[in-house]
Design a protein around this ligand. Structure first.
Ligand SMILES: *[C@@H]1O[C@H](CO)[C@@H](O)[C@H](O)[C@H]1NC(C)=O
Ligand SMILES: *[C@@H]1O[C@H](CO)[C@@H](O)[C@H](O)[C@H]1NC(C)=O
Ligand SMILES: *[C@@H]1O[C@H](CO)[C@@H](O)[C@H](O)[C@H]1NC(C)=O
Length: 196
C-alpha cells in the first residue's frame, strides 16, 4: 500500500516535470485553431498576471467614487492594467500576449466588475492581432464568463466567450494569477464587396 502511494506520488511528480516540456515542444499549445468550411474556431489557454503592488506592478487604481470607501463592494473603483500573459502559470515563462484594459467595480450588492479587456497577442502566428472581451465579471465566482465582443487582424468579426478563474492569489503581495480559456469564432475569407 505504502509502495503504491509512493509509486503514485513519483508518477505524479514525473508527470508534472514532463508537463512544461510537453507544452513547450508543442510550440503554440496555448493557441489552437480548427477550420470547418470558412469557419475558424480558435482556443486560447493562458495565464494573466496581476501584480497590484511593488516594482513590477501592472495593475493600478486610477479612480474611485464618493461611496467607494464605505461600499462593501468598493463600488466606483476603477483599475487600469497592462498584464503579462504567459502560456504557463509561472510569470517568468515566455510572454504570449498582454492583457490591457480597465475593471470598474460596478455592482452595489456583490463584488463584480465591468471588465473591458484587450488581449494583444505578442507571439506566434497571431502576433499583433487583438481579441477583445467585455462584460460583467463576478470576481468571487469560481468560474466567470465574459463575452468576446470582437477583435482585429486575424480576429476581425470575432465572436465567442472567455472563461476565467483565479489560479492563485497572494493577498500579502497583491499578486493574483488568472487562468483564461477563450473560444473565438472567425471566418476564413476577406470581405469582397460586390461592385455595382
Ligand atoms: C520584478 O521582475 C524582475 C524581472 O522579472 C524580477 O527579477 C524580480 O524578482 C521581480 N520583483 C518582484 C518584487 O517580484
Ligand atoms: C479615493 O480617492 C481619494 C482621492 O484621490 C483618495 O484620497 C482615497 O484614498 C481613495 N479611496 C479609495 C478607497 O481608494
Ligand atoms: C511580433 O510582431 C512584432 C511587430 O511586428 C515584432 O517586433 C516581434 O518581433 C514579433 N514577435 C514574435 C515573437 O514574433
Amino acid at each position: 500500500m505504502k509502495n503504491l502511494t509512493i509509486a503514485l506520488m513519483l508518477l505524479a511528480t514525473s508527470l508534472l516535470l514532463l508537463l512544461p516540456t510537453a507544452r513547450a515542444t508543442g510550440g503554440s499549445a496555448w493557441v489552437k485553431t480548427i477550420t470547418k468550411g470558412n469557419k475558424k474556431l480558435t482556443k486560447f489557454h493562458f495565464y494573466v498576471h496581476d501584480p497590484g503592488a511593488g516594482p513590477n506592478a501592472t495593475l493600478f487604481k486610477v479612480a474611485n467614487a464618493s461611496i467607494t470607501d464605505t461600499s462593501s463592494t468598493v463600488f466606483g473603483q476603477v483599475m487600469v492594467f497592462d498584464d503579462r500573459v504567459t502560456a504557463d502559470p509561472d510569470i517568468n515563462s515566455a510572454q504570449v500576449a498582454r492583457a490591457q484594459g480597465t475593471a470598474a467595480s460596478a455592482d452595489l450588492q456583490n463584488l463584480a466588475v465591468a471588465l473591458n479587456m484587450n488581449f494583444y497577442i505578442t507571439s506566434g502566428e497571431y502576433n499583433g492581432s487583438t481579441v477583445s472581451i467585455a462584460g460583467r465579471n463576478p470576481l468571487l465566482a469560481p468560474s466567470r464568463e465574459v463575452p468576446v465582443i470582437g477583435g482585429t487582424g486575424a480576429f476581425r468579426f470575432a465572436r465567442g466567450y472567455a472563461v476565467t478563474s483565479t489560479y492563485s492569489m497572494d493577498l500579502a503581495a497583491s499578486y493574483i494569477v488568472l487562468e483564461y480559456t477563450i473560444y473565438v469564432i472567425t471566418y476564413d475569407h476577406e470581405i469582397v464587396w460586390p461592385s455595382t
